[in-house]
Design a protein around this ligand. Structure first.
Ligand code: GLN
Length: 391
């Protein structure tokens, strides 16, 4: 047999989200597929980055993060997230939340250990689990409401469970899990001696006065939770690749070792600028929410007019839709039609499920854009007609 890629790498496909971005570029479509802003980080933060480059912060930094940044992150974790955190024992700065997640899984899991994942889930968790050799147990979040159901969650947990992956606010549904839902997870983690790995990258993007709750802040969880977040979404700097992992002391060394051999360190001058980001006033976060709330309402209205059935997001910046009433019966076909013929990008729903068939009638749109961009997309989508004949 001819030699080629590893079975591991053959075990998953390339990212559909990034593929849609390339297709949007090829057809000059407005990219509501990949979740990244069409505006810059605040001026103060950009200036801090260029200043850091000029001042000579251009070489490797401490592998697990610039000390002053780790201190600022520890302070933010204690005050915003209510999670006890120490810069030396608990914080590892990574190349984005993406690296934070894979480094955490590789540091925590042995092959064949079980991981509980809520479905639909952010695309990366699939390949992440394959790369770490974990065995996934999927717990469906069912419509309407995408709530965590106690019975289904209990069925997924067993003595073989090593960890559960949580993502709140949730990509793609926009759910913000309630304290009660997080307590259900906490109780099962305690009963089965399992860890929670929580991706909280959208922690500041919340609507209708919702509050973010970190599962690590719940009684008994700080010693069994790995919290992952970063600067990409909150500070509109997705290309900077600066994220972090907050882990109990007993796991931090393992996360740091994996991170070191994967990437050595996150970009040094950008870590310096992230210290400035963490000093922004509270009004910054309020303004960001107000902006996204406006884009959220515009996109919801637009999609409903175009006959999509929408789930109203409670947080994050995605609208999860059902395409049944559009006349299309295939997520991929409608995504390609929208990009090529209408000029608006979205992500086929099947890429958020382990069995693609479950997402055939779903499509995810992002509103991580200025309201003006959503208005432009609305004008294009107004040409989108019921298309039974084309499906
Ligand atoms: N989190 C974003 C999304 O879901 C983008 C992730 C990425 O492409 N790295 O679209």
């Amino acid at each position: 047999m001819e030699k080629g890629p590893s079975q591991r790498a053959e075990g998953f496909t390339e990212s559909v989200i990034r593929e849609m971005t390339r297709l949007c570029q090829a057809y000059s479509a407005i990219n509501l597929a990949q979740g990244f802003p069409d505006f810059d980080p605040p001026d103060r933060v950009k200036s801090a980055a260029s200043r850091a480059i000029r001042q000579g912060y251009n070489q490797y930094s401490t592998t697990h993060g610039v000390p002053r940044l780790r201190q600022a992150i520890a302070h933010k974790m204690s005050t915003y997230n209510h999670v006890p955190c120490n810069a030396d024992d608990n914080v590892t700065v990574t190349c984005g939340t993406t690296e934070g997640m894979i480094a955490s899984l590789l540091a925590l899991l042995d092959p064949a250990e079980e991981v509980v994942i809520f479905e639909p889930f952010y695309e990366n968790y699939g390949p992440d689990s394959i790369l770490s050799g974990a065995k996934c147990k999927y717990v469906p979040l069912e419509e309407p409401g995408f709530k965590i159901e106690e019975e289904k969650l209990k069925e997924a947990f067993s003595r073989k469970t090593k960890a559960v992956i949580i993502n709140t606010p949730h990509n793609p549904t926009g759910r913000v899990f309630t304290r009660h839902e997080l307590e259900l997870i906490r109780d099962l983690c305690t009963d089965y001696d399992a860890f929670a790995i929580t991706d909280e990258i959208y922690e500041h993007i919340l609507y209708d006065d919702r509050k973010h709750i970190s599962i690590a802040s719940l009684d008994g969880m700080d010693n069994r939770t790995i919290t992952i977040s970063g600067f990409s979404k909150t500070y509109s700097a997705t290309g900077w690749r600066v994220g972090y992992v907050i882990a109990p002391k007993k796991l931090t060394l393992a996360v740091r070792k994996v991170h070191d051999f994967l990437t050595v360190c996150a970009p040094t001058p950008l870590q310096e600028a992230c210290i400035t980001a963490l000093k922004l006033p509270l009004s910054y976060y309020r303004d960001l929410r107000t902006l996204y709330d406006k884009s959220r309402k515009l996109l919801l209205q637009t999609l409903e007019n175009a006959s999509f059935i929408c789930t109203v997001p409670e947080g994050a910046y995605y609208v999860w839709t059902d395409i049944t009433r559009t006349g299309f019966k295939d997520d991929r076909k409608i995504a390609e039609h929208l990009i090529k013929k209408i000029g608006v990008g979205a992500v086929p729903g099947s890429s958020f499920y382990h069995l693609p068939s479950k997402g055939r009638l779903k499509l995810r749109f992002s509103f991580s854009k200025m309201p003006h961009t959503i208005e432009m997309a609305a004008s294009r989508l107004s040409k989108f007609k019921r298309a039974n004949q084309r499906s």
